[in-house]
Design a binder for this molecule. Structure first.
Ligand code: EPU
Length: 427
């Protein structure tokens, strides 16, 4: 087991470049299995979740080649001969359920292990399944698996376009239904759809494969199913959450840090909150965010996480670390996941003063954090612990860093390149 050893208090400065977006790449890999020919994905992040998704589609029979030097992934789906997302892989990564829409759309069937809860809360897939049913699939649950088939199907029959009203703008459900609709017969309308930039990236990818889509980036998406889809060459968009993590690191301990491939419009609400706190953050162009040192008096804020364009839940633990050293009382409300404050006890062990009341965190700013051994509870909480360590006095050891490896490419290398004192140790 590896852990990070961080010697806190170093000033960060220089340039750091953001990788491709995890939460787009995973969906593009899943969608590529619907094509009749090879797809090439560029700017693929080298992270554990991508490797797991590669495992998933290889299990289905796809042929895959990863050029790690160039961050390019080639996927040949023509040899797919299995329709099962097995428990070992779904358990390892919930996003494995995103092969369900593509398999159902192309082959009319899928056998999907039912994902359990995870460290940030119970995460159902009821809206995904209801969407498939509305399009003419039947779902039979047996022995921990969902067997999903196009109802009364003869070989080769397809899903039928439908109008689907989501109870909540779930990203996963929106994506799975968009993909299921891509080879369905006729028109599918998704009302109350998720609007995240990664949904737009998936829509653009599907459009390039041959699907007609209207309303991407709005809460009403219309998909006109195609007869067949072709493989394409596509660039994965940059990762806003990784960008937000470096922007927060710079805000905590920066002189001047330039974050490249940080798309301002995707990070606007986060950066506006930082400005409200008193951080000097701005954009030099639409893809570069700069944090400058300043003597501004930092002020507490109120934050509520919400689906896009609201404040992203994935940056909640990251901003809580910053607020833990901002004088006064800040309140952060988590509205997306029921269990996303698990890491707070670890942060309190570093000297933060945070109380959890239901889905609210009441944060009383402390003067300084002090280094301590802490655990990474999940991916973003783990990154938050690293940021806490960078800002703290003394040594912080962050264990269970495999969580961080799921979503950050060379996290320690990138942080070191802007002056952080962070090393890997075994044990
Ligand atoms: N939900 C249901 N039923 C459903 C679908 C969702 O109850 O059928 C609930 C979930 O339990 C949750 C809420 O709806 O409380 C939001 O879930 P959503 O489907 O929007 O999230 P997701 O697709 O499972 C993605 C990201 C998460 C990110 C959330 C919210 C991927 C692979 N994951 O999850 O990313 O937090 O959207 O923005 O895209 C991360 O990167 O660290 C991460 C957790």
């Amino acid at each position: 087991m590896e852990k990070f050893i961080i010697n806190g208090g170093e000033t960060l400065s220089g340039k750091v470049k953001v990788s491709g977006a995890k939460n787009s790449a995973l969906k593009l890999i899943a969608a590529s299995i619907m094509a009749d020919s090879k797809t090439t994905l560029k700017n693929i992040p080298k992270i554990e979740d991508v490797y797991t998704m590669i495992e998933v589609i290889k299990t289905l029979g796809a042929r895959v080649h990863m050029d790690s030097e160039k961050n390019i992934l080639e996927i040949d789906p023509s040899s797919i001969n299995s329709y099962e997302a097995p428990y070992e892989l779904v358990r390892k990564m919930r996003a494995s359920v995103l092969v369900a829409g593509p398999l159902l759309s192309k082959f009319g069937r899928v056998k999907l292990a039912i994902p359990g809860g995870c460290n940030i809360g119970s995460r159902g897939i009821d809206m995904h399944l209801k969407g498939f049913e509305d399009m003419g699939a039947e779902n039979i649950i047996e022995h921990g698996y969902i067997h999903c088939r196009v109802k009364g199907r003869k070989s080769g029959s397809r899903l039928a376009g439908s109008t689907i009203n989501l109870d909540f703008p779930s990203r996963g459900a929106t994506e799975n239904i968009m993909m299921a609709a891509s080879l369905a017969v006729g028109k599918t309308i998704i009302n109350n759809a998720a609007r995240e930039p990664e949904i737009v990236d998936l829509a653009n990818f599907l459009i390039s494969m041959g699907v007609e889509i209207e309303g991407k980036g709005t809460d009403c998406i219309t998909i006109y199913g195609a007869k067949k889809l072709c493989g394409v060459e596509y660039n994965v968009m940059p990762d806003s959450i990784e960008a937000g993590t470096f922007i927060a690191a710079a805000s905590l301990c920066g002189r001047k840090v330039e974050v490249e491939n940080a798309v301002w419009k995707n990070l606007e609400i986060f950066c506006l909150k930082l400005k409200e706190i008193g951080i000097d953050v701005s954009s030099t162009d639409e893809n570069t965010v700069v944090v400058n040192a300043s003597d501004n008096q930092l002020k507490p804020v109120y934050i509520s996480t919400l689906p896009y364009p609201g404040f992203p839940t994935d940056l909640q633990p990251i901003i809580v670390v910053l607020l833990s050293i901002v004088p006064g009382i800040s309140i952060v409300t988590e509205n997306v996941f029921e269990n996303r404050f698990m890491y707070v006890d670890e942060l309190n062990r570093m000297g933060a003063n945070i109380k959890i009341d239901g889905h609210h965190a009441v944060i009383k700013g402390t003067k300084k954090l002090s280094g301590a051994p802490v655990r990474a509870f999940d991916l973003r909480a783990g990154a938050a612990m690293v940021l806490a360590g960078l800002a703290a006095e003394g040594i912080t050891e962050v264990s269970d860093i495999y969580h961080i490896r799921r979503g950050y490419e060379d996290f320690e290398g990138k942080l070191s390149s802007i002056g952080a004192d962070i090393k890997i140790a075994k044990g």
